[in-house]
Design a binder for this molecule. Structure first.
Ligand code: NCD
Length: 325
């Protein structure tokens, strides 16, 4: 797809909607998000001051650690002229009434009356759905345990299109913790919409949950499962690397046995198909050596920056505030 300016009519497609999963996004909604992101990226490049969310408030409720997702959501809201109220806590360090035993449902019922849009991250799979059920305002899932991370997957797709110039039919290898990695759980459904072929590279016990693989195969997606990274990179247009999700393990020995199983280094880059783009949602631990950063296809820091236009687009679209110039 090529980015084009969205029409006024299309802008209605996501108004009032929650963004919980990528599964049910239509191709039209998906293109609208990408086109709106490109429109905002251009506006920022031209140093335009935007007021699309002037007078609006976003709440960022983060019950799990975050650097990129929270800060880019907050920056995106401010770039649109809006403001932010936030909660950033972990199960160990609670500063909200969660510490007093308040349920997520009750907290959301209250916060819903304070703001125009709610962004939530939780260690609990399904928390974003629970929040959306309690809220009248649009809710955006910023990661729910090992469930999904739809806004990351949207910026991943946006990055692939920018780096390769297109996405239709590309071969994408997904590497690492495909079992617990929520970014890949969201990403595969978007890659499916663009007819991409998938290669899953993981140790057996960290393979993509079989129900997801089966569902995708039933819908006609070509999927190869392998443990051979060199073989995968020889044919992949994109290598999407993930971190082993240490926080989802109860057993540290299991983590230690697995953590170094795949490392993307100069040898892997040398074996890669020409022009292969390397992505990673970050943070990286040791899955990609620092020496790979100099490779021109290493796009992970550019990828993180694409979080701004994508999140600007999502915030303005779900609240119905995109002002086209
Ligand atoms: C990811 C997450 O939180 O799922 N990080 C992010 O949002 N960029 C990936 C990860 O933590 O491994």
């Amino acid at each position: 797809m090529r980015f084009v300016k969205p029409s006024k009519q299309e802008l209605e497609l996501l108004k009032g909607q929650d963004i919980i999963s990528t599964k049910n996004l239509t191709r039209e909604q998906l293109e609208l998000i990408l086109n709106t992101a490109a429109y905002y990226e251009e506006a920022l490049k031209n140093k335009r001051r935007l007021y699309d969310m002037d007078g609006k408030i976003m709440s960022a409720l983060f019950f799990e650690p975050s650097t990129r997702t929270r800060l880019s959501f907050e920056a995106a809201m401010r770039r649109l002229g809006g403001s932010v109220v936030s909660l950033a806590e972990t199960p160990r360090v609670q500063t909200s009434s969660t510490a007093k035993g308040e349920t997520l449902h009750d907290s959301i019922k209250v916060i819903d009356g304070y703001v125009d849009v709610i962004v939530i991250r939780s260690p609990q799979k399904g928390a974003a759905v629970e929040a959306a059920d309690a809220a009248d305002r649009p809710v955006i899932n910023a990661g729910d345990g090992e469930g999904e991370h739809p806004t990351q997957a949207l910026l991943d797709i946006y990055t692939i299109i920018k780096e390769h110039g297109h996405i239709e039919g590309l071969k994408v290898a997904l590497l690492g913790d495909l079992k617990y990695g929520r970014t890949v759980h969201s990403l595969v459904y978007l890659l499916k919409r663009f007819g991409c072929e998938l290669i899953f590279v993981a140790p057996q016990q960290f393979m993509m949950p079989p129900e997801i693989t089966e569902e995708l195969r039933n819908e006609g997606v070509k999927i190869k499962e392998t443990s051979d990274l060199k073989e995968a990179v020889a044919e992949a247009d994109v290598l999407y690397v993930t971190r082993i999700q240490r926080e989802r393990f109860s057993n540290t020995e299991e983590y230690e046995n697995i953590m170094d199983s795949y490392i993307v280094d100069e040898n892997i880059v040398a074996a890669a198909k020409k022009g292969m783009v390397i992505l990673h949602p970050l943070p990286r631990v040791n899955e990609i050596t620092k020496s790979v950063d100099a490779y021109e296809g290493a796009a992970y820091f550019r990828q993180a920056h694409n979080g701004i236009p994508i999140r600007m687009a999502l915030l303005a679209l779900v609240t119905g505030n995109v002002c086209l110039k």
